[in-house]
Every structure is written in structure tokens, then in C-alpha cells.
Design a protein around this ligand. Structure first.
Ligand SMILES: [Zn+2]
Length: 273
């Protein structure tokens, strides 16, 4: 069975989950921890956030601001969290920065209304300013990931969550060789490490990608549909990739998927498909 077909016929798990970091709601397999489709944090089954309530509401607030289009508010709140020394917070925050940066870069016309209001005196440079803002947000994303790795290395933590975060942060920084070393020292058993290996294989175009995405889909991991779409898009199967994004958007309502669809169609257009 092709990866596209497996993803298209994915049976949606019936248990509702709420990310204990960014508060995104999604479906997951009953009794099993899962990976948040937005910030890609490990969400335990108990659903009680390991974070201090004030921290959690700040992180969740950034996601809410992004969802309702208040990007300046989101960016300002993110700044107040970037000083955190908690790798779990920095890791989740990095994903929110990345989303903000993608929105800013791809949605030049409207996404930065809030940024532009602040700079209303210089309207002619809006496009340039948006690109500048996108680069600033992207560099914030990278700073959070670097800091996260540094803190985890200093602490020497070797629990599953710490290894997962460290490997994922390396992958997001495109330092695939580092991620490979971290993951190769771990037995490939738990869901989180299976997930990190899947992301590494997809992003670094390893041969095992298809097999790893299929395994995660079979384990009922909703976020794997996104990687199936990414894998297909990277192989220039743009129509099928877009169809999978439509499927996942129907049950996980996240700006991330709209942005990704835009990315796929702009690459498809450039490729003349
Ligand atoms: Zn989350």
C-alpha cells in the first residue's frame, strides 16, 4: 500500500487531548502519550501540565494570539518567555516562533497588520519590513533551539523526554549528523524516539522515511499525516501532499497547515506543476 493511501485512510483516534504546553487540542490514541501537532512536545496521558500555571497560560496565550491573527501580541509575549531556562518551554516556544516567522514571511499582505500599525509612518517599506520581521522571528526560533540543547547538555539529562527534545532541536536546526548520533545511542522503541527518527528521516531525505512514517501512522499518531504530506511534497507529488493537508486540517485546526499548503503550492507553481 502506498504511503499516500495509508495516510488517506488513517483512522482518526477517538480520545481528545490538549497539549500540556501550548494547549492545542487534537485526537490521540486512548491511554498512550502523544506528540502535539503544533509544538511537537510530548504530551503525557494525564493531561496535567508539568509547567507552572503562569508559564502554561503564557505559552498557550501565544498560540491563541497567533490563531486570532494578533501577531504582534504573540511576538511580544514570546519575548517575555525567551529568557526561560526550562528546555521544555524553550523547545515549545521555538515552534511558536517558527510558525510566526512562516506566517510573516508567506503572508506579506495581511499577516503583519499589527507590525505595520506600529510602523505606520513608513508604509512604503512594508514588504521589506515583513521580510525583516520574519528573519528576526526565525533567528529567535534558532536561539531558543540552541539554548535548549546547551541546557540539556550541561544537565546531562538522559530521560526519554530530554533525549527527544535534544534530537528534535538538532533536527530543526538541520544539524542532522548531531541528531543521528543522539538517536543512534537510543533503543528505537518508545513512541517519542520513533517520532524523532521519523522526522529526521523525512527532513534529511533518508531511505527509511516512508517506512518510519507508515509505522507512526499505524500507531495512530495524528501528526504523522503532516510528515506524509511533507514527504510527498519533497518528492514533487504536490497534489497528493495538498490532499493530505486538507485531511489533517479537517480535524486539527491549526494555522500551521494553511501555511504549509501555501508553501506546497508556491513550490508547485515554481516547478511548473
Ligand atoms: Zn503543543
Amino acid at each position: 500500500m502506498s504511503l499516500y493511501h495509508t495516510a488517506r485512510t488513517f483512522k482518526l483516534p477517538e480520545s481528545k487531548a490538549r497539549c500540556t504546553y501550548c494547549s492545542t487540542e487534537y485526537m490521540r490514541v486512548e491511554g498512550q502519550y502523544s506528540i502535539c501537532p503544533l509544538c511537537e512536545s510530548i504530551v503525557a496521558t494525564g493531561e496535567k501540565s508539568p509547567l507552572d500555571p503562569a508559564l502554561l497560560s503564557k505559552l498557550a496565550g501565544i498560540k491563541v494570539s497567533i490563531t486570532k491573527g494578533s501577531y504582534l501580541e504573540a511576538a511580544e509575549n514570546a519575548e517575555t518567555l525567551a529568557t526561560s531556562q526550562d528546555p521544555k518551554v524553550l523547545y515549545a516556544l521555538a515552534s511558536l516562533y517558527k510558525l510566526l516567522s512562516d506566517i510573516t514571511y508567506l503572508d506579506v499582505d495581511y499577516s503583519l497588520k499589527a507590525f505595520m500599525e506600529r510602523n505606520a509612518d513608513n508604509k512604503n517599506n512594508e514588504t521589506k519590513r515583513n521580510k525583516h520581521n520574519a528573519m528576526h522571528l526565525e533567528s529567535r526560533n534558532r536561539e531558543c533551539l540552541h539554548k535548549c540543547i546547551e541546557i540539556l547538555e550541561l544537565s546531562g539529562a538522559s530521560d526519554e523526554q530530554s533525549i527527544f527534545i535534544k534530537a528534535m532541536a538538532e533536527i530543526k536546526l538541520k544539524r542532522y549528523a548531531h541528531a543521528t548520533i543522539i538517536l543512534s545511542k537510543q533503543p528505537d522503541k518508545g513512541l517519542a524516539l520513533m517520532y524523532a527518527n521519523m522526522v529526521l528521516a523525512t527532513d534529511s531525505k533518508e531511505k527509511t522515511a516512508e517506512k518510519r512514517i507508515t509505522a507512526l501512522l499505524k500507531a495512530g499518531e495524528t501528526s504523522a499525516i503532516f510528515y506524509a504530506a511533507k514527504y510527498l511534497a519533497m518528492r514533487k507529488e504536490f497534489d497528493n501532499a495538498e490532499r493530505l493537508i486538507d485531511i489533517i486540517s479537517a480535524f486539527v485546526n491549526l494555522p500551521k497547515y494553511g501555511i504549509y499548503k501555501k508553501k506546497i503550492s508556491s513550490v508547485a507553481q515554481a516547478a511548473g506543476v
